[in-house]
Each structure stands twice: as C-alpha cells, then as structure tokens.
Design a protein around this ligand. Structure first.
Ligand code: MRU
Length: 345
C-alpha cells in the first residue's frame, strides 16, 4: 500500500498532495473554500479521474459548509455547476456531484444541517468505495498478467490518481506484490509528464522494476516484441467501450492492434458514462499552450507559434482487448458487457 494519500478530508478541510511539485518536493494544499477546490482541480494539484471525483465530492461539502446565503437544493445546484465546469473530460467528477444531488433530491425540505450531513455521508461513501474498487480491480486485472510479463503503461494511474492503490498501476502493483516478476515501461507522457514525474515516482517508491521512456520510444519497443501487455486507465468510457484517456493512448492502441499486443483498460465503473453512446460525444479538454511551449518555466518554442494541446484522446472500442473493472473483466462486444454491468449496479 502506498505511504501517502492524494486526497484526505477532515473537519471542513481537504488536504491534497500537490502533484505539480512531485517528485522534487512533497507539498500539500489545504482547501477550505469552494474556490480553492476548483483551483486545485483546474490547475491539476489533484488529477486522475477517480481522485478528481473524490475531490469534487468533498468540494460539494466544503461549498455547502462555507455557503454565506441560504443553503438549499438550488444553491447546491450552483455549487455543482461550478465544480462540473472545472475539468470536462473525466466523468467521475460529474458522476460524484450527480450522486450527491440525487441523494439530496430524496429529501423533503431539508434543513441546513440535514443537507450537510447527507453530503458528508455520500462523499465519504464515494471515497471509501474508490479505495475498495481499485483493490478489487487490481485482483481481477492480475489474472491477465503472466509471470515475467513486461508491461507498458501511459500517464499516471496510481495511488496519486485515485483514493488508493490505482487503476492500471493498481494492476501492476498487484502483479508485483504477488511475485510475478514483472517489468514496467512507463511513458513520460508529454506534455504534463505525469509518467516521468508521478508514475516513475510511485514505481521507484514501491521498488517495482521500471524504465522510463519518451513517448516516441513505445512504437520501437512494441515492434521489437519487447512489450507483452499494455495497460492504461480511463477518464471516460462510453456505453460502446470507446475510452477517453490521456493524449497518446489512442496511438498506443493502434500499435497494439498492428503488433497483436493485448491492450487493456483498467477503470472503476464510476468512469463508465452509461448514457453516452460513443466516444464521438466526449468533450476533450484543451489545455494551455504553455504546457507545450515551456518545460516548467523554461521556454522551448518560439513566441508566436500556434499550439494544439488536447489533454485526452479517444481509443475506439475495436482496439481494446478487455476493460478491467471492480465488477469483473469486460470483453467485447462491449456494448453488451457494459449493458450487463449497468443492470448489476
Ligand atoms: O489530465 P490527468 O492527469 O488528470 O489525466 C489522467 C489520465 O488520463 C490517466 O491516464 C488516467 O487513466 C485516468 S485516472 C486513473
């Protein structure tokens, strides 16, 4: 188990490990206002779909606790809208705020303290469940890993991206802890470098044998037969299995298909958008040009150059071998296996 918690709530304060500073410094941001929680999500102090979901749930609570005017369903709706607008692609955010609004919707003319108690209860449940889901997913995912496998992963899907353990990196952790003698290649993940800064840090901390590569090296490794499996996380999976994940994931899935390497997505069912038909409908967040023109504060590109910087891409379901969830492993046809899961929830 990792020695840190990316998200931790107590007594009106949300403590977030500041992922912008890792691995050089371990600093925390304490959020005690709604504006601070929104800033933390937007600026990627906290990141990764499940961690963003848990943060948004506590953001609803902090918004309610610090509300100046009357606290009612209407004012909660505006807190929800402000949180939902902070990052558009990871569905866990809206899923968490929706779940809270649904619970509030069951109450008849609730008092201020009833509203607050209800939100706290749901936020704590979301938090607890995420940790359990990740561990369960890891156990299921580990059944797909063979002794001695070399696994390629992209972005950060570890304990930093979730409440605990991780999604794709959770599967990798589990394989390592169960003595499967695996090796990992971690893409650096331009432009935010979540692979270099965060995944590499988690792998080193856990003593999992790993090699960091520029994203562009993956094709050579895959072609040369050096990769047995690719495992990535997800920010939103639509009802046909199309999967939005960190930019660069789609490219890996195409390589996996050409060279017959199994391509797995690991994500809790909270990342499945059952109401969305296909990946064409997913809103893809575009981020600041400075993420591309600069590395940290150092400018590397000329002034005046145009930049296109989508944070995510969509991997079509045809390129995915299986989706690992806490409810089990889903296989194609995903439209059917996802529908079966929906009926179970
Ligand atoms: O922009 P980020 O860092 O929030 O994006 C996160 C990802 O895309 C991860 O790869 C991930 O799979 C989702 S979180 C487990």
């Amino acid at each position: 188990m990792s020695a840190f918690l990316a998200v931790e709530y107590s007594d009106g304060k949300l403590k977030l490990i500041d992922q912008r500073m890792l691995p050089i410094e371990t600093q925390y941001m304490i959020c005690s206002t709604l504006a601070e929680v929104i800033f933390a999500i937007k600026d990627m102090v906290v990141r990764g779909a499940p961690a963003i979901g848990a943060t948004a749930a506590y953001g609803m609570l902090i918004g309610a606790l610090t509300m100046d005017g009357e606290l009612n369903i209407e004012s909660m709706r505006s807190i929800k809208s402000a949180l939902d607008a902070s990052r558009p692609t990871a569905v866990n955010l809206m899923w968490a705020t929706n779940r809270i609004m649904e619970a509030l919707g069951q109450m008849i003319e609730p008092t201020r303290s009833e509203i607050i108690n209800c939100i706290e209860e749901v936020a704590n449940a979301i938090y607890r469940e995420d940790a359990t889901f990740c561990k369960t997913m890891a156990v299921y995912g580990n059944t797909l890993i063979a002794h001695g496998d070399t696994i390629l992963t992209h972005c950060n899907t570890g304990a930093l991206a979730t409440v605990a353990y991780g999604t794709a990196l959770g599967v990798i952790r589990e394989a390592h802890y169960t003595g499967k003698n695996i090796k990992v290649y971690a893409d650096e993940t331009r432009p935010r470098l979540q692979g270099a800064k965060l995944t590499a840090w988690e792998l080193v901390e856990e003593g999992i044998p790993a090699t960091l590569i520029p994203d562009s090296v993956a094709a050579t490794l895959i072609r040369d037969g050096k990769i047995d499996k690719i495992i990535v996380g997800a920010d939103r999976i639509t009802s046909n299995g199309d999967t939005a994940n960190k930019i660069g994931t789609f490219m890996l899935s195409v390589l996996a298909k050409v060279y017959h390497v199994p391509f797995y997505v690991a994500a809790p069912t909270t990342t499945i958008d059952f109401d969305m038909k296909s990946g064409n409908d997913i809103e893809i967040e575009e981020r600041d040009a400075k993420e591309v023109t600069h590395i940290g504060d150092i400018q590397i590109a000329p002034e005046g150059i145009n930049v296109y910087n989508p944070a995510f891409d969509v991997t079509p379901h045809e390129n995915i071998s299986a989706i690992i969830t806490e409810k089990g492993i889903l296989y194609p046809p995903f439209e059917q296996s996802i529908l079966n899961i929906k009926r179970e929830i």
